[in-house]
Design a protein around this ligand. Structure first.
Ligand SMILES: Nc1ncnc2c1ncn2[C@@H]1O[C@H](COP(=O)(O)OP(=O)(O)O)[C@@H](O)[C@H]1O
Ligand SMILES: [Mg+2]
Length: 356
């Protein structure tokens, strides 16, 4: 399948600082892709280059095979929503949404009709004549979304659009944005530093770190098959266990902390005995017990802190000065209290190998 948006060899330098390096990415038509990464990892810069507000230092950008690098932002047919809404304060919701059509010289009667339909789609029927200050944050963000979509853009870019909203509103807006995106089928890039938001909304997640793409894959693949240590650590929770491969043929490794163990899945390329690697053990895949569970790998741990979440609890413990995190069902935690010695137990299938 040929891709819709293609980014190849993208590099961006600000003065002496390299903000992006070797960014390659293909996005399919209609896809909902999320850029996820910590603050400063290059998400916004990539978005601004796609939108045309920043010039790339190096690299190629094409939509359906046509270069867009030399097009001015207004000629790219891209809709953008920022975190701070950026609505015109003196225009009504309706006139805010009509504005991009006005810029495109769409006849007022026809444009207003389109703007009304778009406000209805984002759930703001009846709010047409309100000014931004007469609307809540969530409503203003819906207006911004309607304004970005009203001219039927080829691409919708959303830069942390829900960052200013409280948790409940955020969750309902996530569902709304997904619904609207599906209804219109518009190719979308959504930027966030919130992994749960990325997990719940995306067809594909692109994980950024320090100006590079660490991994681009479907949410569950990112979670279950992290390509790098960084991804394993950033997405979900992980115990990252340093180890040395002792026998690649039988998937054996030796960890100074946890002892000898076999691993289930993970990197397969260019492995050799003696190689230093990282074994990923997810907290929810380990079990705690008073006595070792037969048929499992196990190690002792001293419980330091128990954080109860009701349905589950996070048990933070220490082994040889290293912190281990285990997540257990809420009901299971009653067997333990802080200061107790216990066993962590796991099986080979729970151990994932990363080499980068
Ligand atoms: N105009 C600029 N001048 C200098 N440095 C910049 C500029 N824009 C962004 N940067 C730097 O580039 C890096 C990536 O920024 P950005 O793309 O905004 O990150 P993110 O959106 O992932 O938080 C940061 O270190 C930031 O300080
Ligand atoms: Mg940003």
């Amino acid at each position: 399948m040929t891709s819709y948006l293609n980014i190849a060899g993208l590099k961006k330098v600000f003065g002496t600082f390299t903000a992006l390096e070797n960014v390659d990415l293909d996005i399919q038509k209609g896809e909902f892709v999320t850029f996820l990464g910590p603050s400063g990892s290059g998400k916004t810069t990539t978005l601004m280059i796609i939108a045309g507000f920043e010039q790339a230092t190096k690299g190629k950008l094409t939509i359906e095979g046509q270069s867009i690098s030399n097009l001015a932002p207004q000629d790219r047919n891209i809709g953008i929503v920022f975190q701070n809404y950026a609505l015109f304060p003196h225009k009504t919701a309706l006139d805010n949404v009509y504005f991009p059509l006005q810029m495109r010289k769409v006849d007022r009667a026809e444009g207003i009709k389109k703007a009304q339909a778009m406000l209805e789609l984002v759930g703001l029927k009846g709010f047409e004549h309100r000014h931004p200050k007469e609307m809540s944050g969530g409503q203003q963000q819906r207006v911004a979304l309607a304004r970005a979509l009203v001219f039927e853009p080829d691409l919708l870019l959303l830069d942390e659009p829900l960052g200013a909203l409280d948790k409940n509103l955020r969750e309902s807006m996530q569902i709304e944005i997904k619904r609207i995106q599906k209804t219109l089928g518009v190719t979308t890039i959504f930027v966030t530093h919130d992994q749960t938001e990325a997990m719940s909304m995306s067809d594909r997640i692109v994980v950024f770190s320090q100006g590079k793409i660490e991994q681009a894959a479907a949410p569950l693949e990112i979670y279950h098959k992290p390509r790098t240590r960084f991804v394993a650590d950033f997405i979900g929770e992980s115990n990252l266990i340093p180890a040395t491969l002792t026998d690649v043929a039988t998937r054996r490794a030796e960890s100074p902390l946890m002892g000898a163990m076999t691993y289930g899945d993970g990197a397969t390329k260019d492995l050799r005995d003696g190689q230093e690697v990282t074994l990923v053990l997810r907290p929810e895949h380990m079990k705690l017990s008073r006595t070792p569970i037969e048929g499992r790998f196990h190690a002792t741990m001293k419980v330091e802190t128990i954080v109860n979440f009701g349905d589950n609890a996070l048990v933070i413990g220490k082994r040889d000065g290293t912190t281990l995190r285990v997540r257990v069902p809420g009901a299971d935690v009653v067997i333990l209290k802080e200061g107790d010695d216990c066993y962590v137990n796991w099986i080979e299938d729970n151990v994932y190998l990363v080499t980068e």
